[in-house]
Design a protein around this ligand. Structure first.
Ligand code: HEC
Length: 160
């Protein structure tokens, strides 16, 4: 949503794996610079999610809400990207941007639940947030997270 307005420009940029990715094919990796940027953003998100888990468990509502707001607004850092990287990001598939927008919106709902001390709802939103990590990584980051998919037969226990 927040970046949807830039999608038109992104569609014209044609710089990234968007142009080559078949629906189910793992996309080619991003450029090293954009990868480094996203990895930094992701590490912040991952640390935040862990902190929120503990904050909810210990009724540190303000801390949980503030951290969730940071995650919600983390896309703002995209302003730090160079023009080239921004275009590469914008040219990622629409599905990626939809998951990204849903993810940040979910973080906002989590913040709202924590702000009214509703632990049950906040835990639910946290659960949905983690589903968002899995959805995006399993669809768009398989080139890196190769563990998505069925377990190998030898590990799966289904042997005859
Ligand atoms: C909309 C897509 C999207 C969502 C949602 C998302 N990620 Fe990521 N994640 C990425 C991309 C893209 C990378 C970069 C992969 C690469 O090329 O190395 C990444 C990388 C990572 C990394 C590796 C960072 C590193 O140091 O290399 C971690 C950890 C991570 N994500 C955690 C999370 C967690 C936890 C969530 C949910 C709370 C999440 N991500 C949600 C797209 C997403």
């Amino acid at each position: 949503m927040k970046i949807a307005s830039r999608l038109v420009a992104g569609a014209l940029a044609g710089l990234s794996f968007a142009a080559v990715a078949a629906p189910d094919a793992p996309p080619a990796p991003l450029s090293p610079a954009l990868r480094a940027f996203l990895q930094g953003e992701m590490r912040g998100i991952a640390t935040g999610v862990q902190a929120i888990t503990v904050a909810l468990a210990t009724a540190e509502w303000d801390q949980a809400a503030a951290t969730a707001v940071k995650i919600r607004d983390s896309y703002i850092r995209h302003r730090e990207l160079s023009e080239l990287q921004r275009r590469e990001l914008e040219a990622l598939p629409a599905g990626f941007h939809a998951l990204d927008a849903a993810f940040h919106e979910r973080a906002g709902r989590l913040a709202a639940a924590a702000a009214v001390h509703d632990g049950e709802l906040a835990a639910y939103q946290l659960h949905r947030l983690v589903e968002g990590c899995i959805a995006c990584h399993s669809q768009y980051v398989r080139y890196r997270f190769t563990g998505f998919g069925a377990p190998a037969a030898a590990e799966g226990g289904h042997q005859h």
